[in-house]
Ligand binder design. Structure first.
Ligand code: ZN
Length: 235
């Protein structure tokens, strides 16, 4: 298991980070950082998924991006060590390599190729955030749910992953009852199976057909940027 962004760096750049990395585990629901907090560590997930959430003044939340082993968390809200503009929560349990933000900042200052690799990642993330904003505003909930499940499935270690109705409602910014109805529709079409606190993807190609075009648009931008693409588990 590896972090794909680090694996794609030049060996000389990997060596700048590797001596400073320590592994940490995270559980579903763990808060990695909150709005307004100084971000003092950069996380490179090797398993699991971290969601970036925008927090509205009335304390409602909506997810604007999901990051797994293809990326990094902690430098996505502005210049290094800036205060976070979004909330980062572990959506699927996993683990990450972490390094102090200062180490990462120093490595960037020393290496043009690291700066390029980070710029590509942030461009890809910006595309994801933009597409998600448009998707949330314009696309049907069943299409959005299918898109979001694909995003998680790509970063999960198995077809079945922990996810409650409340998680889904929170991510999509809708009520639980609405999620239940739309989830049942996908389940009746045998695209997914749901249990108490988990979801299983049964028919990946059909789920892709059920999703809006946003899923492929985001992956298209990542491909154009030659960013590592997360892949769904084989089972
Ligand atoms: Zn969409």
């Amino acid at each position: 298991m590896d972090n794909l962004w680090i694996a794609a760096l030049k060996p000389v750049d990997r060596k700048r980070l590797e001596p400073h990395l320590h592994e940490t585990q995270f559980r579903q629901g763990d808060l990695i950082y909150d709005v307004g907090q100084a971000v003092d560590e950069v996380w490179f997930p090797v398993a699991g998924v971290v969601s970036l959430m925008t927090v509205l003044p009335e304390d409602r939340l909506v997810e604007t991006a999901a990051i797994g082993r293809e990326g990094l968390v902690g430098v996505t809200c502005g210049p290094l060590n800036a205060r976070a503009a979004s909330r980062a929560i572990a959506q699927i349990a996993g683990s990450a390599f972490c390094c102090p933000a200062e180490v990462f900042s120093d490595a960037l200052a020393e290496s043009e190729s690291m700066r390029v690799a980070l710029a590509k990642f942030t461009e890809g993330l910006f595309a994801q955030v933009q597409q998600t904003a448009a998707c949330n505003a314009q696309h049907r909930l069943d299409e959005r749910l299918a898109r979001w499940l694909l995003t998680l499935h790509d970063r999960a270690d198995a077809a079945r992953f922990d996810l409650t109705q409340a998680d889904i409602a929170g991510m999509l910014g809708v009520r639980r009852a609405t999620v239940s109805e739309v989830g049942s529709a996908l389940e009746n079409r045998k695209l997914i199976k749901r249990g108490r606190g988990w979801v299983e993807v049964l028919d990946r190609p059909a789920l892709e057909s059920a999703a809006c075009g946003c899923y492929h648009s985001i992956r298209g931008v990542m491909k154009d940027l030659r960013l590592p693409l997360p892949k769904p588990p084989k089972d």
